[in-house]
Design a protein around this ligand. Structure first.
Ligand SMILES: [Zn+2]
Length: 427
């Protein structure tokens, strides 16, 4: 096969055109500070208030005013439900299906892995998630930085870099654990992820109370929040240790949930998307590390769904317990994060407004970013999405994301009748 040769001069022109295109696509709004007015008939402000017939004024990356008289209107979102971009507190943005179609974690050549994580970021943003917390792969660090620099479209990413994996005695002495936490900070961690117990169904704590105390205390000293993968007795231990947030939490008793409420520990349980993803893609997961070796082995996962729902049903009844929105999105779940809202509301007794707040102002508060994101208010980042439908009346509206703005940049503005069932989904 003959290779096509490009004349050197032509090659230069191509490079120049590419550079020009890159320069033009590089966040012109942010740079010029242009004023944008969004007109809306219904706005959920992210904190539980519904505003009617108003206009949101954006300048540069920020919301500067809510003013019903502002004009001229740049985006008319009347008929849609406008709300702050969602926050997913727990994703594995780097995890994808590999070349062979099987669950591949974050494996592959650096190029393959890079394109896959970029794709995960894109579909997540298109699904209305403007901020995600990525907890489990150092590969998300360069993705986080590329998105922050405006090189790639994607949600704002907070990374845990490398998690602290509890391995009993081998986890280390309290001093060694403290040194490990500091090492993650030096590597650019925005938070610390700690795996303090076995899996969904079985396995005790993989760290002692003393080890967990050291990890969460050092996190606090370093100004880093601590997220703890915890089941059963590890939930109680994490709350006692003063860790910031408990993930998953199956096996938690009402007393454990009350302790979290007393301690102000955020709770991030999963109602369904994770297990639904495993069941939907069982052919891709079967036989890969940590997953059942046979398709029949996946049947037992279905039993976990009612257990998760029962846990959330109990959790929503605990006064003062702060339940945030986290999906644990793995390969096959990126871009479908909003399904977890449907699971929570339809199956687990969560009030639709509470579900929205959990991924808006409360989610932002849990990240320590309430003064930057999670609400539609002057001074906050212009992370604004719009749904074709009212999620308070029909929670499946979360699948129909028609408009996505992040930091004042519009990434999606779809014709309403052209919206697919899923806002962003990989084939
Ligand atoms: Zn996870």
């Amino acid at each position: 096969m003959r290779r096509v040769r490009i004349h050197p001069k032509l090659f230069l022109i191509v490079i120049w055109l590419a550079a020009l295109a890159a320069a033009q696509s590089k966040t012109p709004v942010q740079e010029s500070g242009k004023r944008i007015v969004i007109r809306a008939s219904t706005v959920l402000d992210g904190k539980g208030t519904v505003l009617h017939d108003t206009r949101i004024v954006v300048e540069g990356s920020k919301i500067v005013a809510i003013d019903p008289k502002a004009g001229p209107v740049d985006y008319d979102l009347r008929g849609l439900t406008v709300l702050p971009g969602w926050i997913d507190a727990h994703v594995h943005i780097a995890w994808s299906f590999g070349k062979d179609g099987k669950n591949g974690g974050d494996e592959g050549t650096p190029q393959e892995a890079a394109y896959r994580v970029a794709s995960n970021a894109w579909v997540t943003l298109m699904a209305g998630f403007t901020t995600v917390q990525s907890v489990g792969s150092p590969r998300d660090v360069s993705l986080r930085d590329s998105i922050a620099q405006g090189l790639l479209p994607g949600p704002r990413i907070l990374s845990a870099v490398e998690p602290l994996l509890g391995r009993g005695e081998q986890t280390g002495t309290p001093d060694e654990i403290r040194a490990y936490i500091r090492k993650q900070k030096e590597a650019g961690a925005d938070l610390i992820k700690i795996i303090a117990s076995g899996g969904m169904r079985q396995g005790g704590m993989t760290m002692s109370q003393e080890q967990l105390n050291a990890a969460c205390d050092e996190g606090r000293k370093q100004g880093l929040r601590t997220l703890v993968h915890a089941y059963r007795e590890a939930v109680h231990a994490a709350a006692l240790a003063g860790c910031t947030q408990v993930e998953h939490g199956l096996g938690a008793t009402d007393d454990d949930l009350k302790l979290m409420a007393d301690k102000g520990t955020y709770f991030d349980p999963q109602a369904g998307l994770l297990i639904e993803t495993y069941l939907l893609y069982k052919e891709k997961y079967v036989g890969t590390p940590y997953y059942p070796k046979t398709l029949e082995g996946f049947a037992s996962m279905e039993q976990i769904l009612p257990m998760n729902r029962e846990l959330i049903r109990r959790a929503v009844r605990i006064p003062g317990l702060k339940i945030v929105f986290g999906t644990d999105a793995v390969a096959g779940a990126h871009g479908r994060n909003a399904e977890e809202f449907i699971d929570r509301v339809r199956d687990a007794g969560v009030d639709p407004m509470a579900a929205m707040i959990s991924a808006n102002s409360l989610g932002a508060e849990a990240l320590g970013m309430a003064n930057q994101i999670g609400s539609i208010a002057p001074g906050l980042e212009a992370d604004i999405i719009a749904l074709d439908g009212d999620p308070l009346k029909d929670i499946t509206a979360v699948r129909r994301v028609a408009f996505v703005m992040k930091g004042g940049i519009v990434y999606k503005n779809t014709a309403r009748n052209a919206i697919p069932a899923y806002a962003g989904v990989q084939p």
